[in-house]
Design a protein around this ligand. Sequence first.
Ligand SMILES: CC(C)C(=O)/C=C/C(C(=O)O)=C(/O)C(=O)O
Ligand SMILES: [Fe+2]
Length: 304
Amino acid sequence: MSVESAASPLRYKRLAYVALNVSDLARSTAFYRDLVGLSVSESCEAFVALRCSRDHHNLLLYRGRQPGIKRVGFELDSVAELATARRELEALGLSVEALSKEELKALRTVDALRFRLPGCGLCIELLVQMMHMAEPYRPTVSKIERLGHVVLNVRDFQAAMDWLCGKLGFRVSDLVPEFAAFLRCHPNPLHHSFAILAGAEDHLNHINFMVTDIDDIGCAMNRIKKAGVEVVFGPGRHQPSESIFLYFQDPDGMTVEYSFGMEKFPEFGAREARLLEPVPATLDSWGSVPAPGFGKTGRIETPA
Ligand SMILES: CC(C)C(=O)/C=C/C(C(=O)O)=C(/O)C(=O)O
Ligand SMILES: [Fe+2]
């Protein structure tokens, strides 16, 4: 089982946003605003934009018949990097979609392109410069530091690894052989901004928000339970990134994680990826057990 990543001209700044399809826009907006702690930047005909930073959006909610993930957006450093990325993706044989002027304007983004990850079909947007909002994000119920990561279950784990790490410039930070790969969007230092888990079907596993304080995890547990929302895993400590975590379900049953702490990697001279033992203690060294609903709900939107 290889943990090598190929050198790639694709260089990522960070995970910028995730777009979800939700069955009831008002209900999910209230959930992500009042219980998770994001603030609403804009509500328009097409979507509700929420943020946990100076960005116009870190989460977009779209009305959709089937709840799930619509796309994920990674920011690149510059228009020149985006042009390089476009050439590289086309050379890899991927179909690259340009966004219309209208959509770029609606998304408050200077430029972007989209392609689909072969296999599971996830729409990945590469974008340059999202509008920086005048007012800082003001934490409410939780001190959210950033949108942390997105995790998918994929049917063909090895094919997804070959694309992400062999062609698209992601680096393996840790690997649980044939089960989980924690991937950083190099040269971003975070242990993982994206991860894949082997599964019987392709689907969203969870989205993550990183918090600044361990108290945010403890307070969230009580707040979430009081609101009648199911905690589906944790609190606990993940061995891969060393984070303390809590997972719960959104109104459509999609899994959301708060986590505190994460290992960071330098661009050069980073440690090698570890092969982690596939046992429950790797996932939680405190010994909690995922509930049946953990990471089960969330269709990956693909073209009709
Ligand atoms: C429950 C999953 C498989 C797990 O082990 C998660 C580990 C981490 C981590 O080390 O931070 C995650 O955040 C995760 O992918 O949920
Ligand atoms: Fe996670």
